[in-house]
Design a protein around this ligand. Structure first.
Ligand SMILES: C[S@@+](CC[C@H](N)C(=O)[O-])C[C@H]1O[C@@H](n2cnc3c(N)ncnc32)[C@H](O)[C@@H]1O
Length: 252
């Protein structure tokens, strides 16, 4: 996988070490109601998984990135936690047990842009649930008014590593309004003592959905009780910035 490589993972962990409080509280409520173990696919370095484990929930995680998973493992080890973590692409999800709850936070599912892979992934998620189990996830919401446009290289984040080195990110890309996909390149640069030590260039693509479109995808994958949720239950008008929050169940 050409994303979530070493520098991206380091920047992510310094820049976003903790899950947003409202989102974590929201998934925690689902965890409390879950009948059976919990799975977090696309768990990254564990900013949702770890606090749930620390609260005593039984949570397994999967992710495609070796770097994000390695970070998750070492963060777990540092806290005396040893969850089952699997390196798997979502569309190849194959696990030894079934779950009462599966959640995918932070609109990570929108990172999948190929229609066949998305359909297959949703079917795999349904197969990984116990009968009656629930899927909760966020995806990026399309802004209907947004036309096709491009953006030149522009600076993103800048973080300082404990060893005094600095990681800079920058972005370049194009939004295709017909396909509702943004195709971006992320550039991560490691700088120390005024010298550029490493550069990593990553693909970063996102698919945006209307509520009707994503609801139909869930139903086509066999999910029942598909519900669009208005917010994280904290009174905010929408989850995150511009995402859609869905709940669905393995019925029938
Ligand atoms: C934005 S990060 C979010 C991680 C975590 N959900 C969080 O909020 O911290 C997205 C994660 O999805 C993983 N990912 C991207 N594409 C994937 C795929 N096709 N299958 C499995 N994991 C994938 C990346 O490696 C990355 O760790």
């Amino acid at each position: 996988m050409n994303s979530y490589l070493k520098l991206c993972t380091q920047l992510y962990d310094i820049d976003k070490p903790q899950a947003p409080a409202a989102a974590l509280a929201f998934y925690r409520r689902y965890a409390l109601a879950a009948r059976g173990p919990i799975l977090e696919p696309m768990c990254g370095s564990g900013r949702f998984l770890i606090p749930l484990l620390e609260s005593g929930f039984e949570v397994d995680g999967t992710d495609a990135s070796t770097h994000m998973l390695a970070s998750c493992r070492s963060r777990c080890e540092a806290r005396g936690l040893s969850p089952a973590l699997y390196q798997q692409y979502l569309h190849e999800l194959e696990l030894p047990r079934r779950y009462g709850l599966i959640f995918i936070a932070s609109s990570s599912l929108s990172l999948l842009i190929e229609p066949d892979q998305i359909r297959l992934s949703l079917r795999k998620l349904r197969a990984a649930l116990q009968p009656g189990g629930r899927l909760v996830l966020e995806v990026e919401r399309v802004k209907e008014e947004q036309a096709t446009h491009e953006w030149p290289w522009s600076s993103g984040r800048r973080v300082d590593r404990p060893d005094g080195a600095r990681i800079l990110s920058s972005w370049q890309g194009r939004y295709d309004a017909a396909q509702r996909i943004s195709y971006s390149l992320g550039r991560y640069e490691l700088v120390k003592d005024g010298r550029l030590l490493e550069t990593e260039i990553e693909d970063f693509n996102l698919r945006f959905y209307s509520a009707a479109e994503f609801g139909d995808l869930l139903r086509a994958a066999g999910f029942g009780d598909v519900r669009l949720l208005g917010d994280f239950g904290d009174g905010s008008s929408e989850p995150g910035d511009g995402s859609l929050l869905f709940e669905a169940a393995k019925t029938g």
